[in-house]
Design a protein around this ligand. Structure first.
Ligand code: ADP
Ligand code: MG
Length: 196
C-alpha cells in the first residue's frame, strides 16, 4: 500500500508556462516520492495508446463531457459519447505531441487518489480552487470545443491503480524506476516513531 505508484505527465502547456516546479512542489510537499522522471516528445501513436489503454476511456470521457455541458444548462456538441471522444482523441494527439512533456512516477500511500485530488477535475473552469488545474489555468469545454482543440489543463494523472499500472508500463522500463528511501518516510509510515 505504501508503495502505490501513479503516472503523472506535465503536458506541453505546463512546460511552456514554466510550471514544472510549481506542479512538482505540490506532490513533494504532500509527502509523495518521485521514483522516475523523464522528458520526452511523445509520438501520436504513443498518445493514442496511452489514452486507450483503458477500454472504457472513450465512453467515460464522452459521458463526462456531456455531463459538463448539461450541468451548466448548455447543449453538448453531441449526445453520442463516442462521437465526442473521437474528436477529443484526434485533438489530444496533436496537443500532447506538440512538444516535450515530463513523465513521472510518484509513489506513496493512496498516491493515485491523492494525486488526482491535488490535480483537480478535468475542466479547469470547474475544477476546485487549491488544485493545480484550478489554480494555474483557465479553460473550459465550451472554449476548447469552439476552437476545436484539447482542453489545456497542464497535467495528466492516472485515474485508477489499474490505469496507473498500465500507463507506467507504457512509458517506463522497469530499470528506469528507482527504489530508494527518503528520511521523511519514517515519520509518514513507521508505526513505531515517537517523539521520545
Ligand atoms: P483527465 O485528464 O482528467 O483524466 P480524461 O481522461 O477524461 O481527463 O481526458 C483526457 C484529456 O482529454 C483531458 O485531460 C483533456 O486534456 C482532454 N479532454 C477531455 N475532455 C475534453 C473535451 N470535451 N474537450 C476537449 N478536450 C478534452
Ligand atoms: Mg483520464
Amino acid at each position: 500500500m505504501k508503495n502505490e505508484k501513479t503516472l503523472v505527465m506535465i503536458k506541453p502547456d505546463g512546460i511552456q508556462r514554466s510550471l514544472m516546479g510549481e506542479i512538482i512542489k505540490r506532490f513533494e510537499r504532500v509527502g509523495l516520492k518521485m521514483v522516475a522522471a523523464k522528458m520526452i516528445v511523445p509520438t501520436t501513436e504513443q498518445i493514442e495508446k496511452h489514452y486507450t489503454l483503458d477500454p472504457e476511456w472513450r465512453r467515460v470521457t464522452g459521458e463526462k463531457t456531456i455531463k459538463g455541458y448539461k450541468d451548466k444548462g448548455l447543449e453538448p456538441p453531441s449526445e453520442d459519447p463516442l462521437e465526442i471522444t473521437a474528436i477529443i482523441l484526434k485533438n489530444l494527439k496533436n496537443y500532447m505531441s506538440s512538444g516535450p512533456v515530463l513523465a513521472m512516477i510518484w509513489q506513496g500511500v493512496h498516491s493515485v487518489k491523492i494525486v488526482r485530488k491535488l490535480v483537480g477535475g478535468t475542466e479547469p473552469f470547474t475544477s476546485d480552487v487549491g488544485t493545480i488545474r484550478g489554480d494555474y489555468v483557465i479553460d473550459s469545454y465550451q472554449l476548447s470545443d469552439q476552437d476545436n482543440r484539447s482542453i489545456r489543463n497542464l497535467v495528466h494523472a492516472s485515474g485508477s491503480v489499474e490505469e496507473a499500472n498500465m500507463e507506467i508500463e507504457h512509458w517506463f522500463k522497469p530499470e528506469e524506476i528507482i527504489d530508494y528511501r527518503v528520511v521523511q518516510e519514517q515519520v509518514l509510515y513507521d508505526p513505531t516513531v515517537s517523539g521520545k
